[in-house]
Design a protein around this ligand. Sequence first.
Ligand code: MG
Length: 159
Amino acid sequence: MSVRVGFGFDTHRLVEGRELWLGGVRLEHHQGALGHSDADVLLHAICDALLGAVALGDIGHHFPDTDAQWKGADSKVLLARVRELLAARGWRVVNVDSTLLLERPRIKPHIPAMVAAIAPLLGVEADAVSIKATTNELLGYVGREEGVSAYAVALVERA
Ligand code: MG
C-alpha cells in the first residue's frame, strides 16, 4: 500500500464584527476570524495537510486571496476542491488528526458537528476525523484572544 502523510498549519486574526467559522461550523462568539474567505482556520490547516501529503503546494497557491472568486468563500468548498485535486491524481484520504488552539469559545461541544461537516467532504467515516482543541494557557497572541491557530496532519493512500 502506498501512503503519504502531510502537515498543515494556519492562523487567522480574531476581530469584532466577523462570523466565527471553525471546522465548517458557525460558532456564536463576539469575535470572528479575519480573512479573504470565511477564514475557517481548521479547514485551512486540513487543506494544507492534504495538499502537503501529495506535494501539491498550499491553499494560497490553489485559492489565492487576490482572486475575487474566493472572497467570502465557504471553506467547505475549498476542502471539497482539495479532495478532488487529490482524487484526480489517484489519492484518497485515510484519516485526519487536528488541533485547534484558542482561548474561547469552548470547542468541545461543537466537535461532533465539525466532524459531521468534514467527514463527508473527505469521503471518510466520522472515526477517521479527529478534532482536538486546547487553550494556550493565556500566553501569546492566542492567550490575548488576538488570533486562532490550527494544526492538522493527514494520511492519504493510493485509491
Ligand atoms: Mg487561512
